[in-house]
Design a protein around this ligand. Sequence first.
Ligand code: ACM
Length: 775
Amino acid sequence: MNLKTLTLPKCLAIAALLFAAFQTGKASAQTTTDNPHMGIIPAPASVTKNTGSYTFSQLTLIKADNPKDKAVLWLKDYLQSNRHLNNKISKFNSKLKPAKSAGLILTAKGADKLPKEGYKLTITNHNITIVGKDAGLFYGIQTLLQLFPVETSGSYKLPCAVIEDSPRFGYRGMMLDVSRHFFSIAEVKKVIELIASYKLNTFHWHLVDGQGWRIEIKKYPKLTQVGAFRQQTMFGSNRDWPDSLSYGGFYTQDQIKEVVKFAADRYINVIPEIEMPAHSEAALRAYPELKCDTVAGQPPPRDINNLYCPTEQTFTFLEDVLTEVMALFPSKYIHIGGDEAGKEPWKQSAFCQALMKEKGLKDEKELQSYFIQRIEKFINSKGRSIIGWDEILEGGLAPNATVMSWQGEEGGINAARQHHNVIMTPQTTGNYFDHYQSGSPQEPVSFGRYATLQETYNYDPVSKQLTPDEQKYVIGTQGNLWTEYVPTVAKLQYQIFPRVFALSEVAWSQPKNKDYTNFSEVRLAKHFAKLDAMNYNYRVPTALTTIDTMVVGPHFVYTLTSVVPGAKIYYTLNGRDPLDTDLQYDSPLTFAIPQNEKRELRTRVITPSGRRSIATRTLMYNKAPLPAGSYTANKQGIKYKLAKNTFTSPDQLSYVAFTDSATVAKIDAEPLKKDNPNFGVVYDGYLNILADGTYNFTLASYAASQLFIDGVQLTESEYALPLAKGFHQIRIKYIYNAPPPATGRYRPRVAPLKVYVTAPGTFEKKELNAADLYN
Ligand code: ACM
């Protein structure tokens, strides 16, 4: 994880944009009626707004084809629990035309013409009709309820409209890892309740992983007696100190059944995941006899405690486990993991090598494929199908497997080309909700890269690389919440909200109905208000879209807005992050900055329930351009000096003796890595600036490199410099230490030496052009 390599490009032009926003007088409080989707998330397929309204109250009669239908029962319970309404529900006379009847009509009459899971909601002055069958009826009800105001009152005025809607994808999923941190049945139900109301239809329950086995298996009681507990609250690459406290928990089979029913009542299918052959430390702590044989007198191989040995005993164990699992989960799909299996124990096991010979398997990848195919055969024999992470492609795909593409989109593309069904959930496209939500160091500690709301929103699961025929194999998409860094419900909610709203729109809405500006600046308002009212945690969007910015110039105007209804915006000019004791924003802020002086504006949003956004920081600097130097040699290339030592900071390069030096055509430290495991290098030369203006400089890693222009150090927070046309001195310091080997998703990254420049008047961050370097 290297947050610093991922800082957003920062542009002077942002000031101009903000100024433009001020000129257009953006309103800070939005209403749900000023947008084409009526505030509904996910955006419906078609909305026709009409004049007039219908007032829903206790007096509204509800008539349903079947008052005992689960969608109707769900509505009854919702109205009682959340709206204090106890409406009478009677049987709808199907001989009547729905339009003739008063009240709220819930009927399947006419639903045969609708697409699968589709509905038609009609609100007139006279009545409300939802035409839909099964899930379609449930989704029509969800849409209707989104039109209710957030506040509870005796009656609800609903605008007249016709909404026709159906999903883009049949698989719309959310995964929750309950192994790394455990969440109770009540907490899991809360997640299910919420995703159902945003029209997701699959809850992928990651019940098993190295850090805890969470499902009771009667035949193997030690799986939970031993495997469900660990002597550590946090673990792995978490930055917390180890506490050595017992931590864990598991679900009894009765509890699992309760969750499966709760989900089914909301048209959510629960897919259990039982990881194999790796991510199995918890099971192997309970049943170490399922590990591989090792060579006497030698240290055991890496992953020995993590990987099942493909013995008959292991297959019997897994088939027994899966038999109990399949009895609890009616899901057609059973997820068998398959990811990140380090094969060293199989390489070193005499048993595995003999098995490979016997079965004609040429390497351990084929052995993994043999493993998965055997399990698939067993699961298929019970009338079910397997899903596996994209590593199940390696060594040959099991004949009927569905692939969950996570490492990127390649696995999914590859599987679709082999005519296998695919669920797209890449860690590279905003589908990993354990990732940070911005590049700010103020974000709570999380995993890996960052995935903004916009990235999640803009993802299209159907790759353009696929032909129309291949595209049909993409059955849907999913968001994944891994919980290494999610020890609490508050953090769980923070990580998924609002990204799960974006996911729901990706999974449900047609691309032509998607519009990020409308989604993020208008429609989210009501959904944040709902979360706020329910006292759910969520990531509060900041008042400025660019979180950490530097701008150069004498005059700036900022208009601040929050999409969260009723939120207040606080700001400071004293370099401290704002609190609710600071200045409260109420009208545009104007800055006139004296020559060579800086001003720093920080802002923070605080919602009615007291939730705070991270603080934004905008540094304004009124600096005159640095004059060009008197360099005239006109020799292309740049000089470097090399020191072959281990360094911990580029600062140390000011105090060392260099052993090598040379002139090279471009700044590229990669060739130096071939011969040197650890080194430091300093580049010196001139940069030819082609036009007067403010240039933004960024580095791939501020921990490993430093950049100086005319002796001024450019940093992560002060990276913009006005430069006159002509030659300017450039100096770069870089240190490198060879990384430890990669393990699965934990891939140590060493940022290469990269210097990026954003030229005046552009947004594009480009790598420094070698042709502009001189010495
Ligand atoms: C995964 O993220 N290892 C599927």
